[in-house]
Ligand binder design. Structure first.
Ligand SMILES: [Zn+2]
Length: 293
């Protein structure tokens, strides 16, 4: 895995910035879920955002969940992230095909449709926190920017890009993926904001910049130009699912006695599949009975 994220601060600590390359994890998600190009882009974008938000968490057990629910053909996109840059996710309808916006531009907004973005933080210490905003465009970057302003009072610029290309066998793969997140802290001056806005115009298309081979360091150099950026560290990113037989059996139990009794009466083993990594777990009738006792 070669995915990673770079963190920086700038303008005397009033600007926080992240940039990531996420090609491998976006491709891993595509491979697991066999997603269509537009579904690959939607999932890859939200995974990238999850990674950049996840590494800001403080505790080992903290979990961030980003859930998009839309009335478009994709139905929804769900991603979780931990503080170690480990992300996983799925789309409700991975095989959606819709016409591109224009040549080479997948129409994620149309595939997602109108709906909501919910951000949930399950914290090791303290109450879980959940906040919902209406989708702005369904393009995901814009929707997260709206979330940061409305729910966290943190004016932010979010760039997310996934470039899907055809492979030799007429299939698809993720050629490039990545993103950036620039957040303006209280006390930020108007001059800094003006400089940031000007810098942002230097990257009119993130996907094009990624395709040119721009690294996270390159992106932040452009975006924080003239703002005395300071490196704050780097994190490895990966697609990682922590499902286990034990977790899945708890899901099975949560179906309730009536449902489980019906399965036992059926007399056949039951197979459950992890939404995030597609791993299959089989439970025999004896094992289901064992769970109940
Ligand atoms: Zn799993």
């Amino acid at each position: 895995m070669s995915d990673y994220l770079v963190r920086m601060m700038a303008a005397d600590g009033t600007v926080r910035a992240f940039a990531a390359t996420t090609k491998d994890l976006a491709e891993e998600a595509r491979r697991i879920h066999n997603t269509s190009p537009v579904a690959t882009a939607a999932l890859g974008r939200l995974l990238t955002a999850g990674a950049m938000m996840g590494v800001q968490m403080k505790d080992e057990k903290d979990l961030l969940t980003l859930a998009i629910r839309g009335d478009g053909p994709l139905g929804g996109v769900t991603v979780t992230a931990d503080m170690h840059g480990r992300v996983k996710g799925f789309v409700n309808h991975p095989d959606v095909w819709i016409a591109p916006k224009y040549a080479g531009k997948l129409d994620v907004g149309k595939a997602v449709g109108a709906g909501t973005l919910t951000v949930t933080r399950d914290q090791a210490y303290g109450q879980p926190y959940s906040s919902q905003v209406n989708l702005q465009t369904g393009e995901i970057g814009d929707d997260l920017a709206a979330y940061f302003v409305l729910s966290e009072q943190l004016p932010s610029s979010v760039g997310l890009g996934v470039l899907v290309d055809k492979d030799d066998a007429d299939g698809f793969y993720v050629k490039r993926a990545g993103g950036f997140l620039i957040q303006v802290m209280p006390g930020c001056t108007d001059e800094t904001i003006t400089a940031l806005e000007k810098n942002l115009t230097q990257i009119p298309s993130l996907t094009a910049a990624l395709d040119e081979g721009k690294t996270p360091e390159d992106l932040l150099e452009i975006l924080l130009s003239g703002l005395s950026p300071q490196a704050e560290g780097q994190d490895d990113l990966s697609y990682y699912c922590n499902c286990s037989r034990d977790r899945v059996s708890r899901v099975l139990l949560s179906l309730g006695r009536k449902e489980l009794d019906a399965m036992i009466a059926e007399g056949k083993p039951v197979e459950l599949c992890c939404h995030f990594c597609d791993k299959k777990y089989e439970f025999t009738v004896d094992e289901i009975q064992g769970l109940l006792t």
